[in-house]
Design a protein around this ligand. Structure first.
Ligand SMILES: Cc1cc2nc3c(=O)[nH]c(=O)nc-3n(C[C@H](O)[C@H](O)[C@H](O)COP(=O)(O)OP(=O)(O)OC[C@H]3O[C@@H](n4cnc5c(N)ncnc54)[C@H](O)[C@@H]3O)c2cc1C
Ligand code: FES
Length: 280
């Protein structure tokens, strides 16, 4: 069992938990993830390692409540325990030799992008960050990004905070201003990563995206996270989750993500009913 030591909310739907998991804490590197189960019969949920403290033996993960699995996870509080917490999984980010990079995060993708921005800053790379949200209420990790970025641009779809627009608008203006990036790292919803990759391809900037494909076992056995990269079949859990954004088949990835929509909606409705009954 893995005890939750701390829990706080970053906005109305995003929570951060610090978990007692010494083995994962000792080994995890930026870009890697864990798969947890809240209870013995719960759904497996892959989440990126947001921070780790090898001395304290703790691992921090940030999750957005989006469906049945994360709703159930969110019923746990500090002091409760997770049934399992397996990792670190996936390949660490390859950040070697980067001198100037732009980290682009969209929504909860910022939780996945932040440890990468931090690692780049710590290795002396100049970091520009562009973080985007639908509106002011959904902004998260602003102070954390500011602390590790040489330049930070915040955008919201409706202009209620920062600049009005999409992350691609801010990124394009940074490129037009003459910033020569060794790499752009984009993490967020599939359409966002697709359009960032199309933009950077036009400008010839190497780009990495993190593919949050639906995962089950996380070990390359089930085939759930299959995607096509440069015409080849890859598995996000063992070959990724980071891939060359110019080679990913985003349209296929989007259509595979839609395959489970009906099941997810049913599971979410059922979880809402169960949680409401428990509250009555
Ligand atoms: C490598 C990786 C790292 C991730 N890191 C984070 C993170 O740090 N923070 C965060 O909030 N989310 C992260 N996710 C996404 C997170 O795993 C899903 O939001 C979660 O599993 C949704 O489960 P649910 O039952 O609440 O929602 P559901 O209603 O089942 O699904 C909602 C949406 O979540 C996605 N999803 C559902 N099941 C899975 C699954 N087993 N694997 C992956 N995606 C799924 C699908 O896009 C789906 O449409 C990550 C996913 C992957 C693959
Ligand atoms: S999660 Fe099963 S193959 Fe990747």
């Amino acid at each position: 069992m893995y005890r939750i030591l701390e829990k706080d909310y970053l906005n109305s739907t995003v929570a951060r938990i610090v978990v007692d998991a010494p083995l994962v804490a000792r080994k995890a590197k930026p870009g890697q993830f864990i798969i947890l189960r809240a209870k013995a019969d719960s759904k497996r949920i892959p989440l990126t390692v947001s921070a780790q403290d090898p001395e304290q033996g703790t691992v921090t993960v940030i999750y957005q409540v989006v469906g049945a699995g994360t709703m159930e996870l969110d019923t746990l509080s500090a002091g409760d325990s997770l049934h399992d917490f397996v990792g670190p999984l996936g390949k660490p980010s390859d950040l070697e030799g980067l001198q100037k990079a732009c980290v682009v995060g969209g929504g909860v993708g910022c939780a996945i992008a932040y440890p990468i921005a931090k690692a780049l800053h710590e290795q002396g790379c100049a970091v520009h960050s562009v973080i985007g949200f639908r509106n002011k209420d959904l902004v998260l990790l602003e102070d954390e990004f500011r602390a590790v970025s040489d330049q930070l641009r915040i955008v919201t779809d409706d202009g209620s905070y920062g600049e009005k627009g999409l992350v691609t608008n801010a990124l394009e203006s940074l490129i037009q201003a003459g910033n020569a990036y060794d790499r752009v790292i984009a993490i967020g919803p599939l359409p966002m990563m697709k359009f960032v990759s199309l933009l950077t391809k036009k400008h010839g900037i190497p780009t990495v995206v993190s593919m949050n494909s639906v995962m089950v076992d996380g070990t390359g056995m089930c085939g759930g996270c299959r995607l096509t990269v440069g015409g080849e079949i890859k598995f996000a859990c063992v070959d990724g989750p980071e891939f060359d954004g110019h080679l990913v088949d985003f349209d296929e990835a989007a259509s595979r993500a839609r395959m489970y929509e009906e099941f997810e909606t049913r599971a979410r409705d059922e979880a809402c009913r169960l949680l409401n009954r428990e509250e009555d």
